[in-house]
Design a protein around this ligand. Structure first.
Ligand code: ZN
Length: 359
């Protein structure tokens, strides 16, 4: 584990915030986990995905409908990731542990691995958010410079142009390469991977083999390799772009802050919760369509402060979080629309692509 710590000796901001949020849940007398709206959404998304997959495998589709269906399938898989997998692996989908474990395996159905994700995301990303050298989310590729402490190379001058292409390839790279790299190196950036049990190893290999069977062997066998190639590439382009854009808008925009790990004993000036507020941004709050599809990931500030509360509650508690941030003189980065956040992200990426002036 990292030698980096937060100044948590007197976490006044988080203590006050938790009290306000707990009071809210006590008043409405509801669980912090998912509700009927979330479960209905999970059924809609999973049924849509299975139906699209069946159509792509068994219906005699022309090229254009095949491309469209594959793109929609990739988008639907990303939405399962945001709405079902993400909540479940944080333990917020249901109050029942076994339900969270089962629904967390939807990540493996997408081709990923829940064991690696829980460490990469729940522990490393949620603790050391935007800390260069530790947070894997800002270390996606040496070809994308996501914060100023990262080394600049001349290719970065064009990164605002080629980054969308890398985002489109990202889910393929993640599923077919990065998971195996983490598995065999037993490391996530510099953090050692926790010991995997025999069951964890078995789940890793079984789900990777099933990915090859369901996303490669079966479609090639039933539709031929050309139709499969269209399906596989289009599905991954939509999946990779959707996942990357939504996760990037939360932390890699002009408004958010970054830190750099020295690798030695190091203490961040602020308490953990203040670090989360400074390094995270919301987008398109109050847009019900985006909130529905993005699984509340447009309320990332609330998610980073309360990852064990289901995303269905974030619009309501965002008012409390905003009020507490204002009371403690802290920023509350919220971009008004999806478009504003996308523009901010690519403006930031373009700025980081310019050669740094060394002082
Ligand atoms: Zn999360």
């Amino acid at each position: 584990m990292s030698k980096l710590t937060f100044n948590n000796s007197n976490p006044v901001f988080y203590t006050s915030l938790k009290a306000a949020v707990n009071k809210y849940f006590a008043e409405i007398n509801k669980r912090k986990t998912g509700n009927i709206h979330l479960y209905a959404k999970a059924v809609i998304l999973i049924l849509s995905t299975v139906s699209l997959y069946a159509v792509l495998l068994f219906a005699p589709l022309a090229l254009l409908p095949r491309i469209l269906a594959s793109l929609v399938l990739g988008f639907a898989l990303a939405c399962i990731g945001f709405n079902v997998m993400h909540d479940a692996n944080h333990g917020s989908y249901s109050s029942r542990k076994w339900v969270n474990h089962l629904m967390g395996l939807t990540l493996n159905a997408l081709g990923g691995n829940n064991f690696i994700w829980k460490q990469k995301h729940n522990i490393i990303h949620h603790t050391y958010t935007n800390i260069e050298g530790i947070d894997d989310d800002i270390a996606k590729s040496p070809y994308i410079r996501m914060c100023s402490p990262q080394r600049w190379v001349p290719a970065h001058r064009l990164q605002h142009l080629y980054t969308p292409v890398l985002y489109a390839l990202s889910s393929m790279i993640w599923i077919l390469y990065q998971d195996f790299e983490k598995y065999f190196k037993k490391k996530i950036v510099k953090t050692p991977l926790a010991r995997m049990s025999a069951a964890d190893h078995a789940i890793f290999w079984t789900s990777k083999v099933l990915y090859v069977v369901f996303y490669m062997v079966l479609p090639i066998w039933l539709t031929g390799w050309q139709a499969w190639l269209v399906f596989f590439l289009c599905m991954h382009v939509a999946l990779g772009l959707t996942l990357s854009i939504v996760f990037q808008l939360a932390h890699v925009v002009e408004e958010t802050e970054f830190e750099s790990s020295t690798g030695d004993e190091q203490q961040i000036e602020n308490e953990w919760a203040i670090h989360q507020v400074r390094t995270t941004a919301n987008f398109a709050p109050g847009n019900p369509v985006i909130s529905w599809f993005a699984g509340g990931l447009n309320y990332q500030i609330e998610h980073h402060l309360f990852p064990r509360i289901s995303h269905v509650h974030y619009p309501a508690i965002s008012k409390l979080v905003q009020a507490e941030c204002a009371a403690y003189g802290l920023p509350y980065h919220s971009l008004p629309s999806f478009k504003a956040a996308v523009v901010s992200h690519f403006r930031f990426i373009r700025m980081l692509g310019r050669e740094p002036i060394l002082s």
